[in-house]
Design a protein around this ligand. Structure first.
Ligand code: ARG
Length: 588
């Protein structure tokens, strides 16, 4: 089925045509159409056009109005103010457009797929091996997952990359310790939980650290182990693999709790680029992009300065020959551009790493790996703050463990669900509690634009009122309950019916779903989707207040049409929430 042309697009087209026939040189000029409170739409493009053509804007607007085809889509168009156009669309067009969306056999609500999709590699959900996941890892995972869903829905080819921290000097210490205490990672039984895996790692890390700090000989052995690891000594590599495997058990358990699909094949950590590091350095040095400085291989920038105002170089290889974070990231760019054939690279990483990425991207541009056709972008996110507005810490001043946070959210949400529950069993309460709690955490994260900090406030997050996922989930469940209660009367569109103001507002907004998807995907901005859905649910609430669906029972065709509006609202909510990684339970 062809994608459904939205009313905005239809009106836009008609206005552009009218502009062109009123003033031939206006061909291709944007009428600047937007939704408006005064009419359904307002077009402001005539002002600039009149200025350019040295014409009187109101006169030009009047001429344009005379050229607008009215009837099927546009009911009425009139000049307002200094030369704006106020446009009202027909009720029939609203209902027909929604009916076309509802009829999409693919269930995509008529949202188009890209004609010539590109390939985007997205780097997100990248915790560190042998370390606990904290609240910062939440944002990367949640934002990244939503951008993946949004892009895939528009038809983009998406390659996911979880660039986990699985390489570096700390592994020398860990491996050496494990080699000397070989049973520390053994499991009592075959079914290892994430919690067990983490407590093993944690215990081992602490013990190794204690040795390392107190025993000079161990320190030397540990340092030698780093060299063995980087040289690819098989026994050392096998030990390292144990750490990675153990950590993955833990990561997967956290991602499962987050209700997020992370695939093993997409986990390509820092170690995955080990074989490319030498060549990356050689290429950079040969092209003159990197130079030796005090034994290290560095890239310098005129315009990139550290907080102290001094130029900071990007160190690609340290003077001792070791490679760091920059070398792996530069190698990863080569892999993503030349092997994965990406056109866009997105990095969902904390804003505190922005300087690193600026330098890495600029280096890759100088080397010719990035250019106008292949772009890299850091989708930088802000810090999660506590209620006091300071970076989120436990009462003891430690970073908050992600798992504890998620468990607390689920507990709170379960309490809310239990309070409202009418016919839910204990099992259902637990399941819904998880869906509501995790949804609340994701929604709070996604509903502020990524680059801003936000306060982690569970009370607010699980509140039934206001801009929360719970509010949206309840709106969805309420519609499902209405549809159940309607019994024999089924949703059906009746384009011949006149619509109530509240029905029009809801219908027009539902029709704008495809545009919201396109915008949120193009700008990597899930918060545009949350804002859209919140408004959809609010418009539904006022529609349901003003327009009886079941009781008092309206005439059959009106009831069917209202049920149809309920249904398309629910389907839009469901689809939109899915693009945010949030479930919409059928009953709450
Ligand atoms: N593991 C890093 C951290 O926890 C994030 C990795 C970001 N991705 C990248 N390609 N550098 O901070």
């Amino acid at each position: 089925m062809a994608p459904v042309t939205s009313l905005t697009a239809s009106v836009h087209q008609r206005l552009a045509d009218a502009l062109a026939s009123a003033l031939p040189e206006a061909d291709g000029v944007d009428p600047l159409l937007r939704r408006s409170d005064r009419a359904d739409f307002q077009a402001n493009g005539i002002l600039a056009l009149a200025k350019k053509a040295k014409a009187n804007p109101r006169e030009l607007a009047t001429q344009v109005v005379a050229q607008v085809t009215t009837g099927d889509v546009i009911k009425d168009v009139e000049v307002s103010g200094p030369g704006f156009l106020n446009i009202t669309v027909t009720d029939k067009a609203i209902t027909e457009n929604l009916a076309a969306r509802a009829a999409d056999p693919e269930g995509r609500l008529g949202v188009p797929r890209a004609q010539n999709p590109g390939t985007t590699v997205i780097d997100y959900a990248q915790p560190n091996v042998a370390k606990e996941m904290h609240v910062g890892h939440l944002r990367s995972a949640v934002i990244g997952d939503s951008v993946v869903q949004l892009l895939e829905f528009t038809g983009e080819n998406v390659v996911r990359r979880h660039h986990i921290g699985d390489w570096g000097t700390q592994f020398g210490m860990l491996i050496q310790y494990l080699d000397e205490h070989p049973h520390e990672l053994d499991h009592k039984d075959a079914q290892v939980t994430g919690e067990e895996a983490m407590s093993n790692l944690d215990r081992l890390y602490k013990a190794a650290r204690k040795f390392f700090d107190s025993d000079e000989e161990f320190k030397t052995r540990a340092r030698r182990r780093v060299v063995d690891l980087q040289a690819g000594d098989p026994h050392t590599l096998a030990m390292w693999q144990k750490f990675v495997d153990e950590s993955k058990i833990y990561f997967f358990s956290v991602f499962e709790k987050l209700d997020m699909e992370i695939r093993d094949a997409d986990i390509v950590g820092e170690s995955g680029y080990n074989d490319m590091l030498d060549e990356t350095c050689r290429l950079l040095e040969e092209s003159g992009v990197a130079v030796r400085s005090e034994g290290a291989l560095c890239v310098f920038f005129d315009d990139i300065k550290g907080p102290d105002g001094n130029p900071v170089p990007l160190i690609v290889r340290k003077s001792d020959g070791g490679y760091g974070y920059a070398a792996t990231d530069l190698s990863a760019i080569r892999d993503r551009v030349f092997n994965l054939k990406a056109n866009s690279l997105i990095y969902v990483v904390d804003a505190r790493q922005s300087l690193h990425f600026r330098m890495v991207f600029e280096t890759a541009r100088r080397a010719g790996w990035l250019n106008d056709d292949v772009k890299a972008y850091q989708l930088a996110f802000g810090t999660v703050l506590g209620k006091d507005g300071k970076p989120f810490k436990t009462r003891e001043g430690e970073t908050v463990k992600l798992v504890d946070l998620l468990d607390e959210a689920i507990d709170r949400a379960s309490a809310v669900v239990r309070e409202k529950a009418q016919d839910l069993s204990e099992g259902e309460i637990a399941e819904r509690g998880a869906q509501v709690g995790i949804g609340a955490v994701k929604y709070a994260d996604l509903s502020t634009s990524a680059n801003r900090d936000y306060k982690f406030d569970l009370d607010q997050m699980v509140s039934l009122n206001g801009d929360t996922s719970v509010y949206l989930q309840y709106a969805y469940a309420r519609i499902q309950s209405i549809l159940r209660k309607a019994g024999e009367v089924r949703p059906a569109a009746h384009p011949e019916l006149d619509l109530h103001e509240a029905e029009r507002a809801l219908g027009l907004h539902a029709d704008a779903f495809a545009e919201t998807v396109a915008e949120a995907a193009a700008e990597y901005a899930p918060h545009k989707m949350t804002a859209y859905l919140y408004q959809l649910a609010s418009l539904f609430t006022s529609f349901y207040d003003k327009c009886p669906v079941i009781r008092p029972q309206p005439p059959k065709d009106v009831a069917e049409n209202r049920l149809f509006l309920c249904d398309i609202t629910a389907r839009t909510l469901h689809q939109g929430m899915a693009l945010l990684g949030i479930r919409t339970p059928e009953r709450l």
